[in-house]
Design a protein around this ligand. Structure first.
Ligand code: MTE
Ligand code: LUZ
Ligand code: MOS
Length: 786
């Protein structure tokens, strides 16, 4: 073990007393840096284990004529070759609608769509087997853009609407109007661990599936359904993921199905691990959007009416797209009050892999669309965009109801924006921009502040629940299991902290065990940033059930009738590893001793906790209700610098301020904030998905798809927490942190838009998102040409 790991260990050891609120290193920090934290493909091979891979569709759209498998089957070492014919009657699956074939059947939906599974004794035999498969198919014209899908009326699900007031009339009567069409690109999740799964048979036709998934229950359910098993015959286990970012909320299903089918057919263990290029080509991403918008406003910048029509690229099947669109409609207000607004949403069907969850889940596209409009109005009125934003921000006592009817309580938006403006010296720096831009002939500079208010809770009510299994052992140590999955975000660390504090023991007395459907059933995906809110609360609930039994028992032990002290559980305290009666200072016994004695007295030291989010309710049909328990809030100021000749962009300074309540682990949360922001910045400035006219993804590897590198992190990057302990809704007054900071990345895009507004012509080049060098150069050139 190296010196750094030792230091980390020391920091953990010295942590006695309370754990919550301390920056305890990530649960697996040492494992991550030493390689001793296994991911799926690090698990030891079983002796009979097969290598699994697949052959995919050669066309984005078309029909299968015939598939020739003979040559593949003859390859030495190939054990089985399977198609949809081997699946049985349930080849169709899906998280919301059952519309996605597991293995292509007749119709081809996207390039690389799994068609034939091959299992082999060696990697070489697998490759040769896949090579020898001959797919005869006819190609048809694919639909590869939202615009084309709209033209052909290729849609998934109904058109949805959220509306308040009378936007039509409000816009018509407004003194000023603007309208436009805004193009927003998709984004690859780019987790480091590709999709991966291992399955092997158990007794009574059981299957054990190790999957890199955010949702063990989804894997269990889909494997059971597609393979014709009952749920109690399938166990899904996930120790950790090497990143997920939403990309494993549903899309871990196909690889898990492949190995499960092979294991069922052969009676042997089977493993699949996508290589990076395959993963990028065949799995879904953040949805590209097109937004047609129309806004009416007053000369002072007050918005009086807004209409946005959102269309998203859903890909070839529904996946989570309609839920993603729902979150878009619920975030199009961002942090602004609109008396008259209408947001429509329609998912489009195209010939790319089904698009899916990605950090922010439709929220980022909504916020980008709204902030584009804000920047446009500011530019048009020639007023500072910050004043415009403040003017339209939700109020505390009035102007505080969202278009869907939820009261925005706990609103700190104006305060956050003002505080950040102060700490980032915003006004002073903005005042200097015209001068800088008129003298600097090399670079163009821009600054923008964008706010965010992110609704916390699944918008699908039933998903807002969690259970936890808490086992206390007779030496006073504790194992906790929940349905929550660890993808690097620090969920397990936070659960350890929460449970340690409940029992008043040290952090290292608690371990979070692998997520498994065997211990926690009917779980929700670890998503919507609510992992800790839900699973942490369930773990606390389970701990409290045990603690209550222990307190009753301890009360008996400490009672001393001769001193007039009757047994009183209310006076039992669990702190510092000692259990005591606060009425008798110094009387305590070690927690471990109490546990041991409790077992001898036949007191149950295990419990199952449960939590369901109170109060959330949203009516999809009317578009009204309270979908969220509370909002995580924040704002970002970004400054950009653009090379006037090449369009190349740099981001010299960023300031972030976020209200994440009382942080359970400040450094883990700071990692979420900085990482989330940079990931969002990548989406809005650099990451670009390029397809050829046949539907091949051209940007399918790190060489052609540019995620932010360490050199892209702003040289001046200030991140701070907005102090807030008013969130009584959530465990230990914390707030969800996972997704919201990604939406702050929009500030970098808005700053580019701001920079371009300093060009001499009044023509609006209608900057798209992402603002890549190429896109910026287009705007610069258009402007120069009049
Ligand atoms: N952080 C890391 N390191 N890796 C990830 O894959 N996913 C994000 C966020 N932070 C992710 C991450 C997404 S999309 C969500 S919804 C949350 O973590 C989920 O975890 P939580 O609810 O426990 O915060
Ligand atoms: N998944 C989901 C999510 O099913 N519903 C949601 O509201 C959600 N929000 C964010 C991320 N994943
Ligand atoms: Mo995150 S997109 O909710 O997995």
């Amino acid at each position: 073990m190296n010196e750094h790991s030792q230091n980390l260990l020391e920091r953990v050891k010295v942590l006695d007393g309370k754990s919550v609120g301390k920056s305890i290193p990530h649960d697996s920090a040492i494992g991550h840096v030493t390689g001793s934290a296994p991911y799926i493909d690090d698990l030891p091979r079983r002796v009979d284990e097969l290598f699994v891979g697949f052959a995919g569709s050669p066309f984005a759209a078309g029909k299968i004529v015939s598939v020739e498998l003979d040559d593949a089957q003859k390859v030495e070492g190939v054990v089985c070759v399977l198609t949809h014919n081997d699946v049985g009657p349930h080849n169709i699956f899906g998280p919301l609608f059952c519309d996605e074939p597991f293995l292509a059947d007749g119709e081809l939906l996207y390039i690389g769509q799994p068609l034939v599974i091959v299992a082999a004794e060696t990697q070489a035999a697998l490759a040769e087997g896949i090579n020898r498969i001959v797919i005869n198919a006819t190609a048809s014209e694919p639909v590869l853009s939202v615009d084309e899908a709209i033209k052909q009326k290729k849609f998934i699900g109904p058109r949805r609407q959220i509306k308040c007031g009378d936007p039509e009339t409000a816009i018509n009567n407004a003194p000023e109007k603007l309208s436009g069409t805004f193009y927003i690109g998709g984004q690859e999740q780019f987790y480091l661990e590709s999709q991966a799964a291992i399955a092997f048979p158990g007794e009574q036709d059981q299957l054990i599936v190790h999957s890199s998934t955010q949702n063990t229950t989804e894997i269990q359910t889909m494997v059971a359904e597609v393979l014709g098993l009952s749920m109690h015959q399938v166990v899904c286990i996930c120790k950790r993921m090497g990143g997920a970012f939403g990309g494993k909320e549903t899309q871990a299903v196909i690889p898990a199905l492949m190995v499960s089918l092979v294991a069922q057919r052969t009676g042997r263990a089977a493993r699949i691990v996508y290589d990076k290029d395959t993963d990028m080509c065949v799995t879904g991403k953040r949805h590209a959007y097109v937004c047609n918008w129309e806004v009416g406003f007053k000369p002072d910048g007050q918005i009086v009416g807004l209409k946005c029509d959102f269309y998203s690229d859903g890909g070839a099947a529904a996946d989570l797209s309609t839920s993603v669109m729902e979150r878009t409609l619920l975030h199009a207000d961002n942090s602004y009050f609109f008396e008259h607004a209408q947001f429509n949403g329609q998912v489009c069907k195209t010939n790319v892999p089904p698009n899916t969850a990605f950090r922010g889940f439709g929220g980022p596209q909504a916020v980008a669309a709204t902030e584009n409009i804000i920047e446009r109005i500011a530019e048009y009125l020639k007023i500072d965009a910050f004043d415009l934003r403040l003017k339209n921000t939700y109020g505390q006592t009035d102007r505080n109801v969202t278009p869907y009817g939820q009261l925005f309580s706990g609103n700190h938006m104006s305060e956050i924006m003002e505080t950040l403006a102060e700490s980032s010296n915003y006004r002073h720096r903005v005042a200097k921009l015209p001068g800088r831009n008129s003298t600097d002939r090399m670079n163009l500079h821009g600054i923008s502040m964008t706010p965010v208010k992110f609704g916390i809770s699944f918008t699908t009510k039933f998903l807002n629940q969690a259970n936890a299994l808490v086992n206390v052992y007779t030496d006073g140590t504790i194992q906790v299991s929940t349905g929550g999955t660890e993808m690097g975000q620090g969920l397990n660390t936070k659960i350890r902290q929460l449970v340690a504090d409940e029992f008043g023991v040290g952090y290292s007395s608690v371990i979070v065990m692998p997520t498994s459907t065997e211990k926690n059933n009917n779980t929700s995906p670890t998503a919507a940033s609510a992992g800790t809110d839900l699973n942490g609360a369930a773990a606390v609930n389970g701990s409290q059930i045990i603690k209550k039994r222990l307190a009753d028992f301890a009360a008996e032990i400490f009672a001393s009738p001769e001193k007039g002290l009757i047994p009183s559980p209310d006076h039992i305290e669990f702190a510092g590893g000692i259990v005591s009666d606060v009425r008798q200072p110094g009387s305590g016994i070690p927690f471990s001793e109490l546990c041991n004695r409790a077992r001898l007295e036949r007191i149950d030291l295990g419990a199952r906790g449960f939590y369901k989010t109170p109060g959330v309710d949203f009516n999809r049909e009317t578009g009204k209700g309270n979908p969220f328990l509370y909002y995580t809030q924040g704002a970002a100021v970004a400054e950009v610098s653009i090379d006037r000749f090449t369009g190349e962009l740099t981001v010299p300074r960023v300031d972030l301020l976020m209200d994440i309540g009382k942080s359970i682990n400040p450094k883990v949360d700071m990692g979420q904030i900085t990482g989330g922001f940079i990931q969002g910045m990548g989406w809005v400035t650099a990451e670009c998905l390029v397809y050829d006219e046949k539907g091949n993804l051209l940007s399918h590897s790190p060489t052609t798809y540019k995620i932010p590198a360490i050199t892209d992190v702003p040289p001046e990057f200030n991140c701070a927490f907005f102090p807030n302990d008013d969130n009584l809704h959530c465990v230990r007054r914390s707030k969800a942190v996972g997704e919201p900071p990604l939406l702050l990345g929009v500030a970098a895009w808005a700053a580019v838009k701001n920079a371009l507004s300093f060009l001499p012509s009044d023509h609006d080049p209608n900057l798209s998102l992402p603002a890549t060098g190429e896109e910026i150069l287009r705007c610069l050139t258009e402007q120069a040409n009049g």
